[in-house]
Design a protein around this ligand. Structure first.
Ligand SMILES: *Cc1c(COP(=O)(O)O)cnc(C)c1O
Length: 385
């Protein structure tokens, strides 16, 4: 039985209150970075328990600022997984540094102490683990490796708004970069947040975020423009407009509820997927954590199913079920195949998963019946192609 309407794999949860809040900013006379950003920064900082938070126009922009503030450049190596979004690796390469890939655990898709340790050399300046799909990476041993090697540690927390590791929210310690892209657990349309307990780093990030000026365009004390601002060092322009920041405030109010809803839907998927041998969900990490359920990722047993993952996704699409792919391994993308020459077999678990993963629909406004439709469609694809 085919669904009448298309079920997207993700859809932002926007309320009438969100719409009204954006309209309020539009009518206020100040629509770019200002009071709403100051409010979102402070509230997100308090939510994570971190030292300081700086809003940015995207997580990619935030990561760019972090790399620039750390002075990452030619001769430096940055250790990160190839099972990630391309933005991080693009930025490393654009900075003139070398990405060095650590393989991932086959069932959590996250780097481990072991794979990171093997990728670290005397030239390693930075390690960027990814908290994958809403689960946290194993930070305790990663912090130890960073400390012993003298490398900086920056967490890609794009999937981790609301995630906790050993009873501590991501962002509480160290430096983490969050994304507020529309598919993420909370959204500002486009946007992100850098959270860090390193005051010196945050001062450089705030300066680099807005042209290298000593203060933002919106001066917090004067509540208006600061015409006397001077360039302290050349910078970029990655500030978040208030039209978007106000959306983040409403989303943050509902983040825990939305994540609980994601968790319930994921639980329903996990229960129903026991009926299907060809489809394997990811494993939960073995240490204490709160899962934000950013994505519900499964792996297709292509041998048992007798079809490729791409055919499986196409079959679901024909049955009105949208899916996503998070992610095709970075080292297998055209440019990186040509320039990095990662020997096949070095990143075994990354490559095995890259061929088999698929993200099923998961968003807070979905119903349990939608999950049942996905399960029915999967069974139909597997038996009828
Ligand atoms: C979404 C995402 C990013 C980039 O976030 P933007 O806000 O779109 O720049 C970075 N890393 C990972 C793992 C992501 O999923």
């Amino acid at each position: 039985m085919i669904r009448e309407t298309f079920l997207p794999f993700s859809r932002p949860s926007i309320t009438e209150a969100d719409v009204a809040a954006v309209a309020g900013v539009l009518r206020s006379g100040w629509i770019t970075t200002g009071a709403r950003n100051a409010c979102l920064e402070e509230r997100f900082r308090a939510y994570t328990g971190g030292g300081d938070a700086a809003s940015v126009s995207s997580a990619t922009g935030g990561m760019h600022l972090v790399l620039a503030a750390l002075g990452i450049g030619p001769g430096d190596e940055v250790v990160t997984p190839a099972m990630t979004w391309v933005s991080t690796v693009n930025l490393i390469v654009l900075a003139g540094a070398v990405p060095v890939f650590a393989d991932v655990d086959p069932d959590t898709l996250m780097v481990t102490a072991d794979t990171v340790q093997r990728a670290v050399t005397a030239r390693t300046r930075l390690i960027i683990p990814v908290h994958f799909a809403g689960a946290p990476a194993d930070m305790t041993p990663l912090r130890k490796i960073a400390e012993e090697s003298g490398a900086a540690l920056v967490e890609d927390a794009a999937h981790a708004a609301g995630t906790a590791y050993r009873h501590e929210r991501i962002g509480r310690r160290g430096t983490a970069v969050f994304s507020f892209h529309p598919i993420k657990n909370m959204t500002t349309g486009e946007g992100g947040m850098v959270v860090s307990d390193d005051a010196g780093l945050m001062e450089r990030i705030r300066r680099l975020r807005f042209h290298g000026l000593g203060v933002d365009a919106y001066d917090r004390a004067s509540q208006g423009r600061a015409p006397q601002a001077e360039v302290m060092a050349p910078g970029y322009k990655y500030n978040l407009p208030d039209i978007l920041a106000v959306l983040g405030c409403g989303q943050l109010d509902r983040l825990d509820d939305m994540n609980r809803r994601r968790e319930a839907l994921a639980g329903h998927y996990l229960a129903r997927l026991t009926e299907i041998d060809e489809v394997l969900p990811l494993a939960a990490p073995p240490y204490p954590h709160d899962h934000a359920w950013h994505l519900f990722i499964v792996r297709l047993d292509v041998e048992k199913a007798g079809m490729t993952r791409d055919a499986f996704m196409a079959g679901l699409k024909e049955r009105n079920i949208g899916t996503g792919l998070h992610f095709r391994a970075v080292h297998q993308q055209q440019y990186y195949r040509k320039t990095l020459n990662v020997p096949p077999g070095l990143l075994v678990n990354t490559e095995w998963n890259s061929e088999r993963i698929c993200s099923l629909p998961l968003f807070p406004d979905m119903a349990e019946e939608d999950v049942d439709d996905v399960i029915d469609a999967i069974k139909d694809v597997l038996s009828n192609g």
